[in-house]
Unconditional design. Sequence first.
Length: 94
Amino acid sequence: MLAILFDEKEHICELGHRRISQARQIVPKEKNVRNFVPPKINFQASDYIEIINCNSCAVYPPPMLRDLSEDDIKSVINSDTTPIRGIQKFPCHT
């Protein structure tokens, strides 16, 4: 989901913002460690945003964006530069 925010296509960035906003509104019932359930993969996808159907699986906001407000995320999308300093480059599975 983090990659969607920094896509070259503006409509993809907006989609990422909407998905993150929706995921932030879901409050877990219990504060337990989440059980990872691999999502179903769409091998016929023509673009990376179609690989996983976010409507058919549990989606959580990226932990790296936890300290950013909705306005901060929106400003990252509208910026022509690389992401703000607070977002560091980490391998995808850290």
